[in-house]
Ligand binder design. Structure first.
Ligand SMILES: *Cc1c(COP(=O)(O)O)cnc(C)c1O
Ligand SMILES: [Zn+2]
Length: 422
């Protein structure tokens, strides 16, 4: 525990001790970065100590995490992370690219990237002996919190917009969380959750508000680092080029901006430890109708101007991104950028991923849509190593998937009817 030494405000730089604050900077509301004692970590561990661990879940990175895993009756549900990476060779070829991989976060316990954040926040909730954990959610953050809470016997309350996809609401209810649907947007649910947590003394998990969500999300970067270390070796032997000249480029969809800033934090931790020579290039992908972070990035400012969020990719429909400043920096500081994609492009990407056996929800497919666009505009070179994150499962939003592919024909159960159809 001593490796977690406090927080630093991402806006004013003020440092706080672990017990001074809980959520954001009291002075300016800035997002807090968790500060780790890198010297202590370095003195106790080498990369090999982590890479040789047998636990495939995110808990293999415990030396770099600011919490301890909950003890006792945690079920396997608690073991988020350890998601697979595989080549998208056929799709890459069509785009004129040679080295494209996908990391499939839909394989997490509740089928989205959000499990990483909730695993760490629930661990923190257990440490501080919180009675109730609450979150606002478009669906996935809530499902992840409800699932993780169920796994350790923690009480959870979820505020979601009433428009949240049915499958996500079903997950919340099945996991036994108290579910409150808001006649309003995700942003309305967010503000209400903060107020309710204050009023009733609940522990609030809200994305881009609770500093521990980014610490969970950074574990994807730690896994990418580990995977890249292995591939790097092979790469060297097979292709014989110096990969230090071609940084890994990562495509990630962005709503509140907490996934991209969490991934950035993970790479920064590794860099600070001297375990990573160069931070990969991060490219954020936003829906055209919900592009507040992208707008700020391209305007060259850290001032986030809210938009009227409109996209069928519900998980990234955010009017006022709560981690916008760090999300702008994630692209800026790594030589990356932001790409906007239309709902049509998202649905096309969803069906293309389907042709190689990946079923993504719209917000997950958005990252691949961003790659398609980037390849078309020369933002990535044909030999660049590229990793695309699929952040959520298509089973979460079946109506959106049906919109992308249309419906199947229905025929009489006769061979004649089959022949006619074919
Ligand atoms: C939450 C979410 C995102 C975006 O993450 P942010 O931290 O809000 O930027 C992307 N895809 C899916 C499936 C999500 O659930
Ligand atoms: Zn501050």
């Amino acid at each position: 525990m001593t490796k977690f030494i406090g927080y630093r405000c991402s806006l004013c730089g003020e440092q706080y001790s672990p017990t001074d604050v809980t959520y954001t900077c009291p002075k300016d509301g800035g997002n807090l970065d968790v500060v780790l004692d890198y010297d202590l970590i370095k003195s106790k561990y080498k990369p090999e100590d982590i890479l040789s661990r047998t636990d495939p879940s995110l808990w293999r990175f415990l030396p770099l995490l600011p919490v301890t895993p909950p003890e006792g009756n945690a079920t396997p549900l608690h073991a988020a992370g350890g998601t697979p990476v595989f080549g998208l060779n056929r799709l890459a070829k069509r785009l004129g690219l040679t080295n494209v991989w996908l990391k499939d976060e839909s394989r997490n316990p509740t089928a989205s990237f959000k499990d990483r954040a909730s695993a760490i926040v629930v661990a923190r909730a257990c440490e501080i002996k919180a009675d109730v954990v609450v979150t606002a959610s478009t669906g996935n953050a809530g499902a992840a919190l409800a699932g993780m809470s169920a796994a350790v016997g923690q009480k959870a309350i979820i505020f979601a917009p009433r428009s949240a996809p049915q499958a996500k609401v079903a997950q919340l209810l099945v996991f036994g969380a108290k579910v409150i649907l808001i006649d309003g947007t995700y942003d309305d649910a967010f503000d209400l959750t903060v107020k309710a947590a204050d009023e009733f003394g609940w522990y609030c998990r809200n994305t881009g508000y609770n500093p521990f969500t980014a610490e969970g999300k950074k574990t994807a970067a730690l896994e990418i680092w580990e995977w890249w270390k292995h591939t790097h070796q092979k790469w060297h032997e097979q292709i014989g080029i110096d990969v230090d000249h071609a940084p890994l480029t990562i495509f990630v969809s962005v709503g509140d901006g907490n996934i991209i800033s969490g991934i950035h934090k993970g790479f920064k931790d590794l860099y600070q430890l001297g375990w990573l020579p160069r931070i990969p290039r991060l490219i954020g992908v936003q829906a055209e109708g919900s592009a507040a972070v992208s707008n700020a990035f391209h305007a060259g400012t850290e001032t986030i101007t809210p938009v009227a969020a409109k996209t069928l990719a519900d998980s990234i429909a955010v009017a006022f991104p709560r981690d916008g400043v760090r999300a702008v920096r994630a692209a800026k500081d790594t030589g990356g950028t932001y790409v906007n994609v239309s709902d049509d492009e998202i649905l096309k990407a969803l069906t293309q991923l389907g042709t190689v056996g990946v079923f993504a929800e719209p917000a997950g497919a958005a990252a691949y849509a961003g790659l398609v666009k980037a390849a078309g505009s020369g933002l990535v070179g044909s030999e660049d190593p590229i990793l695309v994150l699929n952040t959520g499962s298509g089973l979460k939003d079946v109506p959106a998937a049906m919109k992308a592919v249309g419906s199947a024909p229905i025929i009489e159960p006769t061979l004649e009817a089959v022949k006619q159809l074919l």
